[in-house]
Design a protein around this ligand. Structure first.
Ligand code: PMP
Length: 461
């Protein structure tokens, strides 16, 4: 097999054939593959090599999964260690030394209150399954059905997680699923739902939340939980102010509402602290974890306050909750990030990248906003030919953003788009990114913006 792959590298015709067959055989619902016609055959760190021999810097990182980049030596060593040991690869949710070591490594990273008095539930391997588990746990513990969720949220594609997700187009396929969801305004400085932005906008969001919960005629039943992201990822890289997170913690605590924080994308150092909640100092009642905790293999868990642990045996079962390779790769990743303080590196490099992007924004009016935390960065692309709103924000320019994504790919840079209108260029490089790689990413992105401005039909600036 390695021989076959090696022979394929540099073979443009083979790559074309694979892409053509994918388009013919895979479903219309395929996602990343549409905008990124790459056929990866080799990858190391931040670099991905396509079957056509082209090399890319990968700022998608498996949608934020690869904290250490592709095929990091400590991850490969951990996987090989399990394979060579003769340990069973499939064990349902039985106890194993590998699982024990993973749980220990994970608990060492958690906020002390959760580590000391917390429980862990291993879920089906996707983030969305852990979100389902968290909602089910809270509903069981409180005997209530309602859920408080936020505009712009993304929590996954299964029923309850999708109901909590903000995307109305995708949710249309599940009519009625969100009957128990109360949607609240997430603080979004650039496009503030209250038209004021900043601390004032965040404060109004908090006031609205407290108000609807306390108004006996407000129409909101006491909910089972509040579910939020500390930095919205798919929603367009929107970091919540620390003060707002503390207010949400206070509002929920005062009303006995469990607070679930979805750290599927923000976890494992990505935002400059090991977990995104650490920055504000809040301790959630439930944390939802996936993506990077499996060290590039599928793994998802929830950790929660033991008082909530009232559900029945088998309440959240699943065949694939014992992936030993993922647990070994995950434990190695968690320990490596912790030992080398890669969250601090994410903070430093991320701040430098943000600084340079803001410099770029000064020369390109089509960059409406640059924002992020650590190495979770977004560049919002806007339509300079349109009128700004009364807060100064220009309408989103998804068409130009797609041109930028394509031009970046042509320059050997893989980026993802996100945001309410698909017009936010997202950078999620591995925490191991070198200074040189960060410069190369910025140079390629700058070149892509120049090129897209010149060629995208109707792109004014
Ligand atoms: N929550 C958040 C915050 C996410 O970003 C994602 C995936 N992008 C999910 C949940 C769902 O994870 P998965 O795709 O593994 O189901």
């Amino acid at each position: 097999m390695p021989g076959q792959l090696a022979a394929a590298a540099g073979d443009f015709t083979a790559a074309e054939g694979i892409l053509r067959r994918q388009a013919q055989r895979e479903s219309a619902a395929r996602t990343y593959a549409r905008a990124l016609p790459v056929v990866p055959v080799r990858a190391r760190g931040m670099t991905v090599e396509g079957a056509d021999g082209r090399r890319y810097l990968d700022c998608l990182s498996g949608a934020g999964t690869l904290a250490l980049g592709h095929n990091h030596p400590v991850v490969l060593e951990a996987i090989r260690g399990v394979l060579d040991s003769g340990a069973p690869l499939h064990v349902l949710d039985l106890a194993t030394p590998v699982k024990d070591a993973f749980t220990t490594a994970l608990f060492e990273t958690l906020p002390p209150q959760l580590a000391e008095h917390g429980r862990i539930q291993f879920c089906g391997p996707a983030g969305t399954d852990a979100v389902e588990a968290a909602i089910k746990l809270a509903r069981t513990a409180t005997g209530r059905a309602g859920l408080l969720a936020f505009s712009g949220a993304y929590h996954g594609m299964t029923a309850a997680a999708l109901a909590a997700t903000g995307d109305t187009a995708v949710r249309a396929a599940l009519p009625g699923a969100d009957a128990h969801v109360t949607r609240l305004p997430y603080p979004y400085d650039y496009r503030c739902p209250f038209g004021v932005g900043g601390d004032r906008g965040a404060e109004l969001s908090a006031r609205w939340t407290a108000h609807v919960l306390d108004d006996p005629k407000g129409g909101v039943q006491p909910p089972a939980a509040m579910l939020l992201e500390a930095v919205q990822g798919e929603g367009g890289v929107v970091p919540a102010p620390d003060g707002w997170l503390r207010r949400m913690r206070q509002i929920t605590a005062e009303r006995d509402i469990p607070l679930i924080v979805d750290e599927v994308q923000t976890g494992v150092g990505r935002t400059g602290t090991f977990w995104a909640v650490e920055r504000s100092g809040i301790v959630p009642d439930v944390m939802v974890l996936s993506k990077a905790i499996g060290g590039s293999l599928p793994l998802a868990v929830i950790v929660y306050r033991e008082e909530l642990d009232g559900w029945l045996p088998g309440a959240h079962a699943g065949t694939f909750r014992g992936n030993q390779l993922a647990m070994a790769a995950g434990a190695a990743t968690l320990s490596f990030v912790r030992r080398h303080a890669l969250h601090e590196r994410a903070e430093t490099v991320g701040a430098r990248i943000l600084g340079r992007l803001r410099g770029l924004a000064a020369h390109h009016a089509c960059i409406g906003d640059v924002r992020g935390r650590g190495l979770m960065i977004g560049v919002e692309i806007v339509d300079t030919g349109a009128e700004p709103d009364d807060h100064g924000a220009l309408p989103a320019a998804p068409h130009l953003a797609r041109h930028i994504q394509r031009a970046a790919l042509d320059r050997g840079l893989i980026v993802e788009l996100g945001g309410r209108h698909g017009s936010v260029v997202r950078l999620l490089p591995p925490l191991t990114i070198t200074d040189e790689q960060a410069e190369a990413v910025l140079d390629r992105l700058a070149g892509a913006i120049e090129a897209a401005r010149a060629t995208a039909p109707g792109a004014a600036a």
